[in-house]
Write a protein of this length. Sequence first.
Length: 397
Amino acid sequence: MKKLFSSLPFRLLLGIVIGILCGLVFPESIMKVIVTLQYIMGQLITFCVPLIIIGFIAPSITKLGANASRLLGVAVVIAYVSSICAAFMSTAAGYALIPHLSIDTSVAGLRDLPPVVFELNIPQIMSVMSALVLSVLVGLAATWTKSQKTIDILAEFQNIVLDIVGKIIIPVLPFYIASTFCNLSYEGMITRQLPAFLQIIVIVMVGHYIWLAVLYLLAGAYSGENPWEVLRHYGPAYLTAVGTMSSAATLAVALDGARKSKVLRHDMVSFGIPLFANIHLCGSVLTEVFFCMTISKILYGQLPSVGTMILFCLLLGIFAIGAPGVPGGTVMASLGLITGVLLFDDAGTALMLAIFALQDSFGTACNVTGDGALTLMLTGYVEKHGIKDENIQSPIL
């Protein structure tokens, strides 16, 4: 029972249920307190966004640069291409399907939320795009100059940010999400949109399986090997990912399964699986894109423009490379994009965090299983280019 209550999905689900029930019965006087608490927690989360971007992106660039090689370059490119192509597929599905879902965007009959009791503004130390550009420039410059002190400082800063996320942001999330759903329930929005939430979760899971099929078929065609000989060993890794919601926690199981495959070179398994566990997040990216489009339709009455979604997908692929392989890593790393590119407010951000986290286990399982396909592509690449086994070390980021 203790393990159940310590589970993030359970706490988020509990927060959603409690928030919805409270929103149905709380009077306006109590809602003033709830609205104020949600506002303060939202300010805290927003303040941490640039820190998360710098802490995730810059150190990841230095680690990639320190191990730069032709194979590393190929691995990063195919991971990025896989993520953005999954995002574009999800975007196309969003434009095709979301307008036909039972989403009520009218505000007639909704109650107005009471104003906050007091405002506690916590401005960000810099804008989201400034944080992204700074992360890229500092990471590249540290790699070019081989500045070990800077690289070490960035690594330490990443540890600090991970602790901030793990010990402050994550524990606050269930309360933030509970207050958000309490507000939505008080307004009357939740009772209208519950069927839409269930539909999008099913659609996203189908999208995961379609993208995995595409990846393995492409990997088999490129390598000339049977992709089923890789995929059939990924059952335990898939189930482990569903249970842990973490690519990092699933790494040992994924390595064990990949090593059983007769068509994967062992040096590519040792090199590719740990690397892709950190930089290849196709399932999480696919999920986030579709959810963002749906929430935009639900809360703001329209889908983002095509140009906005293209920019969002291209940048999200970069953020996915720098995101940690921990529960919710992708959406936490990309909060700046959600607020800065899609212009989501506190309600939209909280709703995104909630529904993403509730199915994040399946997105992680898609990520982990897709790593096998990319490793098969690497195997095909080294065989075609005559690269011999030199016992490449595993670059665990």
